[in-house]
Design a protein around this ligand. Sequence first.
Ligand code: FES
Length: 65
Amino acid sequence: MYTCICARVRECEVRAAIAEGAHDDESVGEVTGAGTGCGSCVDRICGLIREVAPAAGLRGLAAAS
Ligand code: FES
């Protein structure tokens, strides 16, 4: 399933980027390209950060975004 249609970035790619340390929407955009087009997917990206970041030991960083 695509999280970002503009950049054709799948949810699994966003999850992987977050797990590897992309802890805000800008970082996810730099790594994957997601959220760098129309911006309509940024809320979904932030939701994935809140979901995935704590599991990756990044609790607190995602809350600040
Ligand atoms: S759908 Fe992600 S930037 Fe447009």
